[in-house]
Design a protein around this ligand. Structure first.
Ligand SMILES: *Cc1c(COP(=O)(O)O)cnc(C)c1O
Length: 415
């Protein structure tokens, strides 16, 4: 194909927004978290495309930083990690045994540990392991009150008895016992102690049945930070490795954690409007004086929550400016105030990122919509391009990304 050099040079950057993931933040967060636990093993949870950050990139970074295990909900993600050449142990905890046996077989062939929470799952898994010709390696899950996966305590004795029998038959090997706490984010809640006591009873029962599970694991991010007595043999860190708050009372910065992901977009238009101008559909915002409005080319099709309007800010040229008017499908408006000097078309708007660099955090956006940062980062549309940065500030003073710099596009205001 003939290439047009001029076109290549002049080609504008993609108009939509940009997701930037700073892998050095992931790396430093993993290291900071590992220092907070005496559990011998550390699992980095990379489900949901690593919370929207990019499965393989995050997994590689976490392993390099010292994660011993990786965790995914879906088998397909665990298999993708193996296809990428990642060799550390992986646990995957969500699958429908009866309908995905080809995938389960592929997972077992790839040395992926799977969770097991019922006798019927066990039977299917044992059958697949027979085809494989070696035992499936499993972690038995106790439902300690979340009522999600796992066996309830009244079904536990049967599960461990069957699991032991399957070990003797050569179809299973029980490597771990685990549970996921319903009240992890609320440390004072009595449900935590009850659940952990139930888990300890379940461990005792499993041992009595003849199982010898080396890995007991209970804690996700919140309890890594605030409940060392719940760490057992391994902790499972999700949100905290991405630098977001795992619970309202835990501020990531207090633990040396910083967000890895930022979303930016170019400011595509600036216009002056008179007092009394309605903004966006149904004019939910109306200017009370002459104001400058800015246009950002991202909308709810990109995962920008509609509820953010009037409740959060974006950072442009070092200024925090509010999102106003209804968020549209591909675009939304910001209020640049009565004086937009210093702000120009082409400037980078930072929707959220590292608060230490003047951006709103995804946690702030989450709180603004009555949720948490995890919902914000997870809903960013796959259509947004992702770029990986590796600031590697471990040995140097912390440097903010470029986005704090005022833009120099110099195209002036569209009045
Ligand atoms: C998501 C998840 C985690 C990680 O939780 P965070 O609060 O993000 O740290 C740990 N364990 C299981 C089973 C999970 O589903």
């Amino acid at each position: 194909m003939r290439r047009n050099a001029h076109y290549q040079e002049a080609a504008p950057a993609a108009l939509s927004g940009q997701v930037t993931v700073d892998l050095s933040a992931i790396s430093e967060n993993v290291k900071a978290l590992k220092k907070r636990t005496e559990a011998p093993f550390f699992m980095a949870v990379v489900k949901g495309n690593a919370y929207g950050h990019g499965l393989v990139e995050v997994a590689r970074t976490a392993v390099e930083a010292g994660a011993d295990w990786l965790g995914t909900a879906q088998l397909s993600e665990a298999i993708s990690l193996r296809q990428a050449g990642i060799t550390v142990p992986i646990l995957s905890w969500l699958y429908l045994a009866s309908q995905t046996s080809a995938t389960i077989l592929e997972a077992l062939e790839n040395d992926i540990d799977v969770s097991l929470g019922s006798v019927s799952q066990l039977e299917v898994l044992a059958g697949i392991a027979k085809r494989l010709g070696r035992p499936a390696v499993v972690h038995l899950e106790l439902d300690s009150g979340l009522s999600r996966g796992g066996a309830r305590k009244e079904d536990w004795a049967e599960l461990v008895a069957q699991a032991r029998q399957a070990e003797l038959d050569g179809t299973l090997r029980v490597r771990g016992l685990w549970t996921h706490l319903a009240w992890a984010d609320v440390p004072a809640h009595p449900g935590n102690a009850t659940a952990v006591a139930e888990f300890e009873d379940a461990v005792t029962e499993a041992r009595k049945a003849g199982l010898n599970p080396g890995l007991r694991h209970v804690s996700s991010s919140a309890n890594i930070l605030d409940r060392p007595e719940f760490h057992f043999d391994m902790v499972r860190a999700g949100l905290a490795i991405y630098g977001l708050a795992p619970a309202d009372h835990l501020n990531p910065a207090d633990f040396g954690l910083r967000p890895a992901l930022s979303v930016t977009a170019p400011l595509v238009m600036v216009k002056k409007v008179p007092a009394g101008t309605g903004v966006s559909y149904e004019h939910q915002a109306i200017t009370y004086e002459p104001r400058y409005l800015g246009l950002i080319p991202l909308g709810y099709a990109d995962g920008i929550p509609k509820g953010i309007s009037g409740r959060s800010v974006v950072n442009i040229a070092g200024r925090s400016v509010p999102v106003i008017g209804k968020v549209c499908m591909d675009q939304f408006m910001v209020d640049l105030g009565p004086d937009a000097s210093g702000i120009a078309v082409g400037d980078t708007a930072v929707l959220f990122g590292d608060p230490a660099c003047g951006a709103a955090s995804a946690d702030h956006w989450g709180a603004a919509i009555g949720s948490h940062g995890d919902e914000i980062i997870n809903r960013i549309a796959p259509r947004l391009p992702r770029a990986y940065a590796n600031g590697a500030h471990q040995d140097s003073a912390y440097e903010c990304p470029d986005y704090q710099e005022p833009g120099t596009a110099g195209q002036g205001h569209v009045a």
